[in-house]
Design a protein. Structure first.
Length: 571
């Protein structure tokens, strides 16, 4: 099994190197290639199979393939006891192929190969463990993403009026506003922005290697990448930027608050992904498309690292996910602990880590050009919460006294653990500088004073310090604050969006089904069918039965009256 996963990992790594080489060539020559294969031309609407090779797509594909190679190698350690490891790896390969279809195909009709492929394979991977929790999470994931699929299909139907389905060259028409709304809703469902956020923590029922791949560079980033592809067309609408800015800021604030109250380790990391997706969407809404793509790349590296480090701890601690069941990991697992700390520092935007270069610039542009002080306050509050829940995770799981039974394995000397964590740790430290200096164009520096430029860093330090104080010096005050059940339920249920997005729609359809069943299946159909026919037969028999008692004498009498005239006639 280890050899099987190693072969796929090497193939994906070599593909990543090849794609990175192509990206460097395209960046150096500032070239974009569009390859198309015409199928047919119905009613002046050309239907082509297009492949787009541009610097953005090839660089993102290189990142996806590199992370995928690390994830598949890590799977041989995490799922070593699974007898269906080959089938699992093949499903992950299908997932990677679907994401690459989405990256390289700019045609809306052919884009469905990748878009629907991600939704279908993600459902299969979320229900991989085949238990009620996995099925519930998989159904919520599939149905929420199906809303986005319907929006894509509707946008295709409206684009036929424009005569072209090509994303990068969408013409202006009377349907442009409607197409913008449909694409925005599709991207928000796939990237789990409010009010479609409840499926992202539910998808944590999948195996941890799948979570590392989904939350770093594939499923949840598909919506962000679609908006990056559509950005020249979408940014023409003022309503698009306003709606996306409000939804993204609300999403990153909600995710940060929910992560502070959550105790499930995987859900905390999932909510941190949701917060960073809000940062990317906020950047697109501000018109900073290059910065959004920059943050997409850096986030993919350190988030995959964080999931793999947490997955190693889960595997060695009997797959428990409760944050309160860990403790004192630093001396037991020094290499894994270092990887988790590096990813947490990059997530918080610590200076000169990968996340600092992109996140700091986005917040500075937000301070300079945001239309609302309230949105600035929420964005800075979310930045504080990011540092806060990162510090809470570190103090509880890594540095606190041991909170679990000492009967567990603490061996981390596995090649399938060391190599992926080492490679991703390197990019989590140096990736931001490499992408910034070598590949990304020089971003426009916001014209703000030095004191204002220090606000994001000061907010990050303040959030980490306050959380450290509450978890160490002021733990009694923290426990008092956590005794409010309504507050905890409000935070852990994502501002009650989880029950609202699952129970009311179910109640509406179930009540309608109950009425239909009572009126038709148990009503008219029963009366006309299996219950009504016996009743009608019984009533008819009650009328006929008195006559049947005297049938023999009656037949003799009738025969006499019938045959006697015939006898006289023929005699």
């Amino acid at each position: 099994m280890f050899r099987y996963s190693t072969h796929f990992s090497i193939i994906l790594f070599l593909s990543s190197v090849l794609m990175m080489t192509v990206a460097l060539i395209l960046y150096s020559k500032n070239t974009t290639l569009l390859l198309f294969w015409p199928f047919f031309n119905p009613f002046c609407s050309s239907l082509n199979f297009n492949i787009l090779l541009d610097p953005v797509g090839t660089l993102f594909s290189a990142a996806v393939l590199f992370i995928s190679s690390s994830v598949i190698l890590f799977s041989s350690f995490y799922m070593a006891e699974d007898i269906f490891l080959k089938r699992f790896i093949l499903m992950v390969i299908l997932f990677i192929l679907s994401m690459n279809f989405l990256i390289f195909i700019p045609h809306m009709m052919a884009l469905l190969l990748g878009w629907d492929g991600l939704g279908l394979v993600s459902f299969v991977l979320v229900i991989y463990y085949q238990n009620p929790k996995s099925l519930a999470g998989g159904m919520l994931t599939a149905l929420t993403n199906r809303i986005g699929d319907v929006m894509i299909l509707l946008s295709i139907s409206f684009m036929i009026n424009c005569g072209d389905w090509l994303i990068i060259n969408q013409p202006i028409s009377i349907f442009s506003g409607l197409i913008i709304i449909l694409v925005l809703i599709a991207a928000m469902t796939k990237s789990a922005q409010l009010p479609f956020s409840s499926w992202l923590p539910a998808a944590m029922a999948a195996p941890t290697p799948v979570s590392a791949l989904v939350h770093s560079s594939t499923l949840v980033t598909a919506g962000v990448f679609l908006l990056i592809r559509f950005s020249p067309f979408l940014l023409m609408s003022q309503y698009f930027t306003t709606c996306l800015l409000i939804c993204s800021v609300a999403t990153l604030t909600m995710a940060g608050m929910a992560a502070m109250a959550e105790s499930d380790l995987k859900k905390i990391i999932a909510l941190s992904t949701l917060s960073q997706l809000g940062v990317m969407m906020m950047s697109i809404a501000l018109g900073l498309v290059n910065l959004a793509f920059f943050h997409l790349l850096t986030h993919a590296m350190f988030k995959a690292l964080l999931f793999m480090g947490a997955g190693t701890c889960l595997h060695l601690f009997s797959h428990t996910q409760d944050l309160r069941s860990f403790g004192n990991l630093a001396p037991q697992l020094p290499f894994v602990t270092t990887a988790i700390l590096i990813s947490n520092l990059a997530l918080s935007g610590f200076p000169f880590m990968a996340g600092f270069y992109s996140k700091d610039l986005i917040l500075e542009h937000m301070l300079m050009s945001s239309p609302s002080f309230f949105l600035i306050f929420m964005a800075l509050g979310a930045t504080l919460l990011t540092a806060a829940y990162s510090m809470r995770l570190s103090t509880t799981a890594l540095w606190s006294p041991m909170l679990t039974s000492p009967h567990h394995t603490t061996t981390e000397n596995f090649p399938s653990v060391i190599f992926p964590l080492l490679a991703l740790s390197t990019f989590a430290v140096t990736g931001g500088a490499l992408f910034n200096w070598l590949l990304m164009p020089a971003p426009t520096q916001p014209l703000i004073t030095s004191m204002i430029k220090l606000i994001p860093l000061l907010v990050t330090i303040w959030g980490a310090f306050v959380t450290w104080a509450f978890n160490t010096l002021l733990s009694s005050i923290k426990n008092t604050l956590l005794q409010l059940p309504l507050m905890i339920n409000w935070l852990t249920s994502m501002w009650f969006f989880t029950p609202v997005s699952t129970q009311p729609p179910t109640y509406i359809f179930l009540s309608f089904t109950k009425k239909v069943t009572a009126n038709l299946d148990q009503g008219w159909l029963e009366l006309l069918g299996p219950q009504g026919l016996p009743k009608l037969t019984m009533n008819w028999l009650k009328v006929v039965q008195p006559w049947t008692k005297n049938i023999p004498p009656l037949l003799v009498l009738l025969s006499v009256f019938f045959f006697l005239p015939l006898f006289f006639i023929f005699s």
